[in-house]
Design a binder for this molecule. Structure first.
Ligand code: PNW
Length: 456
């Protein structure tokens, strides 16, 4: 059992609009690329769609009661761009704004602080039709205009803003070359350079988005970027392998091509050198736009890769995992709890950002959840996973790194993208046919961690 976390440590839970809201055609919302993608046969497991999802659009009040029962004082959710500006640009849909106003007011009534993500992958289909969404530079300004609309209308009650969630997942995974991209829009581009151009446009959208938030917010607010950076863990904590892990951290695309430009104003030089002609076109002034001062950095963390020192050009090599290495219920979910500690330490040391406050904005896992005959879900595997990770978070804090909070992914089971409803990440079980919410054992465990302000 760890010692107590700092006073004011932020304990929260996270969700995202398309994964939980449902009501896909309600009150003027138009399709996002995920509506189109999930309606296309063969794209999402079992043909699942987000049409109904957890029906949170209609059940947000009882869901917030559950949050209060859990004891969280912070909730991270996202807003659906095509609910608020259905065509991506132009006309504003007041009913969409009204929904988020009701949601936030209800959160505040329960003394839960909202942390709003402005974009979590549900790009308006209209912009995909108009100019191929993230393939076009135009999307950056359209995003910033949408952000101004939201922040000017909701900025009196939301002061924690996140521009964009996980740039690689809707750019690189949505536009892969020569293979079927697993994420919407599922367009195959012809050159690797075109992929890097989509994430460059997303970085521009982030930068213009930060400026738009600061300009539109009626009160002082805090602004963050949330990303899933690639964590490189030294297989042995010795100076030689730690150095190898730092070198590897620079080279990973998710870091060198997303985190580096956002935090330092430059793509990592070694990555650019390796990309060569595949690197994106960067116009004069782009890097200044992308490199905005942030109040927080959001860290979505699920797994990591082990690295050791090696006598090659790069000075390191990635280690494969032995057969049977423990993992949770996703092919990529190897259990590497050091990910939290090393991710934070790399940002602090390797990226030289020792004072940038970090929030773990997602950590969690899919487990083999089953309702037992008594109607309970005893997810001891999830508790095991979460406990190891929170201990790693505690280590980062105890060594003085500025980790300020932790949001579990996810509050409830939901539409897990290309896996549909087949994989469950929630600490609340959703019985989809009845929409009944059943708190799992991990819910009770997490509630006790929050109550005691430590890992239990
Ligand atoms: C995150 N990987 O995505 C997202 O932010 C959530 O919406 C999602 O439900 C959650 O993690 C669980 O998947 C990820 O391949 C997608 O390592 C892929 C990876 C990691 C995170």
């Amino acid at each position: 059992m760890s010692a107590q976390f700092p006073e004011n440590f932020i304990w929260g839970a996270a969700t995202a609009s398309y994964q939980i809201e449902g009501a896909a055609q309600k009150d003027g919302r138009l399709p996002s690329v995920w509506d189109t993608f999930s309606a296309t046969p063969g794209r999402v497991l079992n043909g699942d769609t987000g049409d109904i999802a957890c029906d949170h659009y209609h059940r947000y009040e009882s869901d917030i009661k559950l949050m209060a029962k859990l004891g969280i004082k912070h909730y991270r959710f996202s807003m659906a761009w095509p609910r608020i500006v259905p065509n991506g640009r132009g006309e504003i849909n007041q009913a969409g704004i009204d929904f988020y106003q009701r949601l936030v007011d209800c959160l505040l009534e329960h003394e839960i602080t909202p942390h709003a993500t402005l974009f979590h992958w549900d790009s308006p289909q209209a912009l995909e039709d108009l100019y191929g969404s993230w393939q076009s530079r135009e999307i950056a300004q359209d995003f910033a205009d949408y952000v101004s609309i939201v922040v000017s209308r909701l900025g009196d009650r939301i002061t924690n803003w996140i521009t964009i969630n996980e740039i690689p997942c809707f750019t690189h995974l949505g536009y892969a070359v020569n293979s079927d991209p697993p994420h919407a829009p599922g367009t195959r581009v012809s050159r690797i350079k075109d992929i890097w151009q989509t994430s460059h446009h997303a970085l521009l959208a982030h930068g213009l988005g930060v400026q738009a938030i600061r300009a539109a917010s009626p009160v002082a607010c805090s602004v963050a970027l949330v990303d899933n950076w690639a964590v490189t863990v030294p297989i042995i904590e010795s100076s030689e392998h730690i150095l190898a892990a730092k070198k590897a951290f620079h080279l990973c695309g998710q870091n060198g091509g997303i985190l580096f430009p956002a935090l330092t104003g430059n793509y990592s030089p070694i990555l650019l050198e390796l990309l060569g002609e595949n690197a994106p076109d960067i116009q004069p002034g782009d890097l200044e736009i992308i490199h905005q001062p942030l109040d927080f950095l959001g860290f979505n963390v699920y797994s990591a890769t082990y690295v050791r020192a090696a006598n090659n050009r790069f000075g390191f090599e990635f280690l494969g995992l032995p057969k049977g290495y423990p993992r949770m219920n996703m092919p990529w979910l190897n259990i590497v709890p050091e990910s939290i500690y090393w991710g934070i330490r790399h940002v602090s040391e390797t990226l030289n950002q020792p004072n940038l406050p970090i929030l773990i904005t997602e950590n969690g896992c899919a487990a083999q959840d089953e309702l037992n005959p008594q109607g309970e879900v005893i997810d001891s595997d999830r508790i095991f996973y979460l406990r190891q990770h929170l201990n790693s978070a505690y280590r980062a804090i105890s060594e003085g790194y500025p980790l300020k909070g932790y949001f579990v992914w996810s509050l409830m089971d939901n539409f897990e993208w290309a896996w549909g409803y087949d994989r469950r990440f929630g600490i609340v079980y959703i019985d989809y046919p009845t929409q009944r919410r059943i708190p799992k054992m991990s819910f009770n465990w997490y509630a006790e961690c929050i109550r005691q302000n430590r890992v239990v």
